[in-house]
Design a protein around this ligand. Structure first.
Ligand code: ADP
Ligand code: G6P
Length: 450
């Protein structure tokens, strides 16, 4: 195998939350590759080290870089803009400058970590300029880029200051991967509209090279989740969870997300509150557990979301709860993977209701965990996972998270569905996820990259 280097904002160390690290770590591990990224702490740059079979090359970010590149341009400009502007993106010149500087630092670190002719795989919206910068430094490399989040419609992308630079940065790669075919099309259309290029099918000529843009829907390590789900200790904790929550008479609904405004957590809780208020469900019959992993807590929109969610949780429990029994358990905590799988096994209904999500791995993890073909998935139309788990196989209960009535309808349908219907749906979703795991995703991308 050719030398292989992953470049991503985050390193696969400690409790790195989120889909990117979950998906890529198994691949870097099995290929014996290197990983260039940030530890997650400011002003810290350990020497390169080995971690679980991966050679780690840390990139340092100062406190100012964290403010401007990470919390600013990455998470207050690009993240909201690329997620349909569900919160208004903020544009600052100083953030753009820092973003460019930090991207250059990543490109230089990647150039230093790559053997001649190596394959370098750059990831996600924090590093859009890296492929172009790296190609200038190292024309001998094979460069791939994958965007884990949605790529916005043309009209929205056009709002981004210095939009041409971001497109040129991405075009530094030989292969640009997206979660959805529509995203690849948006990108190709923009190369024509902004740069005057002439895309032909999924290819576009740029500076004497051919760049391919294509969808590669990401997935999960199915074997890992299935092994956890088969572990007697995990099954025990699932049973204990159910018992603690009131036993089998009480339906267990579950949400597991980073606390992010794209995840539709407040809409989901609002719908649940209305179902209680309407008397469609009661505190004796159902309970919702919402695990919300702390994320980007120094960014205003995230702090505001936390306040909104916690206020609403308090209101619902105050209004519909009883001594020793509340309808909503809210955990603002990170959990181990074994604990998450125990929750997946315990849950009758999994609620995945983002306003926009590139893929959503939690939905796929839930399906992979349900070897018993039990449980039901309520899934937003605006997730990448919806194409596979609903449109393709009719497994999930689709909802429009912007429409509280539709959310309520979706949850009520899942509650009302018969066991045979549910088992059939779960079987179809499991076939899809098991046949398309993260290994296949990575191989498809890397084989195409060549
Ligand atoms: P995102 O990448 O936007 O966070 P995904 O659903 O695609 O959303 O991926 C989230 C990943 O993070 C999943 O692999 C999930 O298991 C993991 N995760 C989410 N919440 C927690 C939590 N509370 N504790 C540990 N892992 C979590
Ligand atoms: C999403 C992004 C990743 C990011 C993760 C966690 O999955 O696509 O790039 O790493 O969220 O967010 P954080 O800001 O903590 O890295």
């Amino acid at each position: 195998m050719k030398p292989f280097v992953v470049v991503a904002n985050r390193l696969p160390v400690d409790a790195s939350p989120g889909g990117l690290v979950s998906a890529l770590h198994p691949i870097a591990r099995s290929s014996g590759g290197a990983w260039v990224g940030w530890t997650g702490e400011p002003d810290e740059r350990p020497e390169p080290f080995e971690h679980e079979g991966v050679r780690i090359h840390p990139v340092e970010l100062s406190g100012d870089d964290v403010d401007r590149y990470y919390e600013g341009q990455s998470n207050s400009t690009i993240w909201p803009l690329f997620h349909d502007s569900v919160e208004p993106p903020v544009h600052r010149r100083a953030w753009r400058v820092a973003y460019e500087q930090v991207n250059r630092r990543f490109a230089e670190a990647a150039a230093a970590a790559s053997a001649p002719g190596a394959t370098v795989w750059v990831h996600d919206y924090q590093l859009l300029l890296v492929p172009g910068m790296l190609r200038e430094l190292r024309p001998d490399l094979r460069i791939g880029f994958f965007l884990h989040i949605p790529f916005p419609p043309v009209e929205l992308f056009m709002q981004l200051p210095r939009r041409a630079d971001f497109l040129r940065g991405m075009l530094g790669a030989d292969l640009v991967g997206f979660q959805q075919p529509l995203a690849a099309q948006n990108f190709l259309r923009l190369t024509a509209q902004v740069l005057g290029l002439r895309p032909d099918g999924e290819r576009v000529e740029y500076e004497g090279r051919t760049v391919t843009a294509r969808a590669f829907p990401i997935s999960i390590d199915v074997a890992e989740i299935e092994a956890l789900a088969a572990d007697p200790a995990v099954q025990d904790s699932a049973r204990r969870l159910r018992k603690d929550l009131g036993g089998d008479r009480r339906l267990l609904l579950l949400g597991v997300d980073r606390l992010d405004y794209t995840k539709g957590i407040d809409q989901r809780i609002e719908a649940y509150g209305e179902l209680l208020a309407d008397g469609i469900i009661t505190n004796d019959e159902a309970v919702l557990v919402q695990v919300a992993t702390p994320s980007r807590m120094r960014v205003d929109h995230y702090r505001q979301l936390r306040e909104r969610v916690e206020r609403e949780v308090g209101r619902i429990n105050g209004e519909f709860g009883d001594v020793g029994r509340v309808p909503l358990h809210y955990l603002f905590q990170s959990r181990t993977r074994a604990e998450l799988v125990a929750l997946y096994l315990a849950a009758d209904i999994m609620l995945v209701t983002p306003l926009r999500d590139g893929m959503n791995l939690v939905a796929k993890e839930y399906v992979a965990a349900r070897r018993d073909e039990g449980g039901a998935l309520v899934l937003s139309e605006f997730t990448g996972a919806h194409s596979e788990l609903s449109e393709l196989c009719g497994g999930a209960f689709s909802v429009n998270p912007y429409d509280v009535d539709d959310l309520k309808r979706g949850i009520a349908s899942a509650i009302a569905a018969g066991p045979e219907d549910l088992a059939g749906r779960m079987r179809r979703m499991r076939e899809q996820v098991r046949a398309h795991d993260v290994d296949r995703w990575a191989r498809a991308f890397l084989d195409t990259l060549g």
